[in-house]
Design a binder for this molecule. Structure first.
Ligand SMILES: Cc1cc2nc3c(=O)[nH]c(=O)nc-3n(C[C@H](O)[C@H](O)[C@H](O)COP(=O)(O)OP(=O)(O)OC[C@H]3O[C@@H](n4cnc5c(N)ncnc54)[C@H](O)[C@@H]3O)c2cc1C
Length: 508
């Protein structure tokens, strides 16, 4: 007689549960700054909706948990990097990464959002069915097992870069170097740099943060840049905010200072576009004031491009300039010819000796968390889509993505996006629609790159990025005031967005 097979009823139930996808009205991908904000908006403005957040990592905070290099901070002020709905109350306006992380986590726990997160869930694929008006979302869970979810709406808050590794150009001779090479995205927890000679390759926000931060212990820190970036000093405390706090409630101060900072930012961005030479000279004069007449400001601080063709770098309380003045840090503008055993040989023939070389060479852009998108059986090539209001994509139904500003704080746009998604969901409920999709109907629209930035990471990724259109609603304003009008007050049914009931029936 054959051995009887013992069946464990519990095991069957578990297996069935895994096969049967869980259903939600909205599925959010990512529990960073945007995902937590999106969840707050959803549960406040669409209280009837069920939702879950799938997060690939085992922690909230995204960027602000991942990056652990010395001095990690934002260069945006917290009045605009903070959520519209949660005032920033500390005296410093430009703060370090751990403070931003605490702010995100406090928001999540205060509003019970942390209970809605499934950690260790890496989303890999989403398939839309117009027939059912729903997404089937596939993910790998913390045990490496495939899991599936069903949702009517998919809200991508997965950031914009590859979490697995940063961008690292290959230089000749790297393997010969006897010291340590470190990328800021994977900072070793136990890295000791006390008394060491450090070279930081790069000139972006990460480099200008790391250089002064490492001078406290390092013997000397050199920032090696191929070409300069615009660098502007700004106080880390906002004097107006700190004064207003004495006479006004925190929420009122937050509103006033947030708008002040938005308008000041927009003014200087606009001025940079209209009068680039004037702005350039203004910025360089400020650097000359910091470093004195002997310093070669033109060589080390005068970029080849105009202000705001790439993101401006901000240094709080002039920390980078102070480190240079104190002789603890220096800037070398040159190109790497090769790594050597002892450091770097440069095109000029100079040698830079180093114990540690930090490659602050940037990020690798990754769209929608690397997830594959399929609409009615056809894979979507995102580079052929057109961004709609900087929130949705042409011919991709019921999917929104949080993508912040490149010329202002990320959260300003992420907040507006969340408010807009809630408006769309409420509108569909009110009218009995199950699906919405932006359709490109105007033949006059000219395609343009999604981001008009010349930064290396955007140029490297231009082939995979969606496009923007030359006219609204396909135009990416990069302007908080215009986006407020469009996303908070503009008509949801604007003639470009097509709505349908389930079974693919188009609304007339
Ligand atoms: C070093 C650094 C400094 C910065 N400084 C500023 C600044 O000063 N001002 C500013 O405005 N912006 C700044 N930014 C941009 C910054 O990323 C945004 O401010 C903001 O943190 C983005 O939040 P997010 O939630 O949209 O994305 P992220 O913080 O990137 O979070 C995305 C989350 O989604 C998860 N995820 C991604 N893919 C998947 C997937 N397939 N499945 C499941 N989960 C997934 C990730 O694990 C992560 O937790 C900085 C970025 C960096 C890297």
């Amino acid at each position: 007689m054959a051995d009887s097979v013992k069946i464990d009823p519990g095991a069957i139930a578990t297996a069935n549960d895994k096969l049967r996808p869980e259903q939600f009205d909205v599925l959010i991908v990512g529990a960073g700054l945007s995902g937590i904000g999106a969840a707050y908006h959803l549960q406040t403005e669409c209280p009837g909706k069920t939702f879950v957040i799938l997060e690939a990592r085992n922690a909230t905070g995204g960027t602000w948990d991942l990056f652990r290099y010395p001095g990690i901070r934002s260069d945006s002020d917290m009045f605009t990097l903070g959520y519209r709905f949660r005032p920033w109350r500390e005296s410093r306006a430009i703060v370090d990464g751990p403070s931003i992380l605490r702010y995100i986590r406090e928001t999540a726990s205060e509003h019970g959002i942390d209970r809605k997160i499934r950690f260790g869930h890496h989303v890999t694929r989403a398939c839309w069915s117009s027939e059912d008006a729903r997404w089937m979302v596939e993910a790998t869970d913390a045990n490496g097992e495939a899991v599936r979810f069903v949702s009517n709406f998919l809200y991508m808050c997965s950031g914009y870069y590859d979490y697995s590794e940063g961008y690292m150009p290959g230089w000749p001779g790297m393997e010969r170097f006897r010291g340590q090479i470190v990328h800021p995205q994977k900072w070793p927890e136990d890295l000791k740099y006390s008394g060491k000679r450090v070279v930081v390759i790069g000139s972006g926000a990460t480099a200008v943060t790391l250089v002064p931060a490492m001078t406290d212990e390092a013997r000397h820190v050199t920032m090696l840049q191929r070409s300069p970036t615009y660098i502007v000093a700004r106080p880390s405390q906002d004097a107006i905010a700190n004064f207003l706090r004495k006479i006004l409630p925190a929420r009122a101060v937050y509103v006033v200072v947030r708008w002040k900072n938005v308008l000041v930012g927009m003014y200087f961005y606009g001025l940079s576009r209209r009068k680039p030479d004037y702005m350039k000279q203004g910025i360089l004069n400020l650097v000359r004031k910091e470093l004195g007449p002997e310093y070669d400001v033109d060589k080390h601080f005068s970029p080849r491009y105009n202000p705001w063709d790439q993101r401006l770098c901000l240094v709080p309380d002039s920390d980078l300039f102070a480190a240079i003045r104190a002789g603890k840090a220096s800037i070398v503008t040159d190109e790497i010819e090769t790594f050597t055993e002892k450091g770097l040989r440069l095109r000029s023939g100079d040698e830079l000796e180093a114990d540690i070389i930090v490659t602050a060479t940037g990020l690798r852009l990754k769209l929608l968390g690397g997830m594959q998108i399929i609409v009615d059986g056809k894979p979507v090539d995102m580079s052929r889509t057109l961004g709609y209001k900087g929130v949705m994509f042409s011919d991709v139904p019921n999917l929104a993505s949080a993508f912040g500003y490149t010329n202002a704080s990320w959260t300003l746009k992420a907040d507006l996006t969340a408010a807009y998604v809630c408006r769309v969901l409420n509108y569909m409920d009110e009218k009995g629609f199950a699906a919405c999709v932006p359709r490109r109907r105007d033949a006059d629209i000219v395609e343009e790159p999604m981001v008009n930035f010349t930064s290396g990471y955007f140029l490297r990724a231009s082939a995979i990025l969606p496009k923007q259109g030359s006219k609204k609603p396909w135009k990416l304003y990069q302007n908080y005031a215009l986006d407020t009008l469009s996303l908070r007050l503009g008509k949801v049914d604007d003639g470009t967005m097509e709505f349908s009931r389930s079974n693919g029936n188009r609304a007339v």
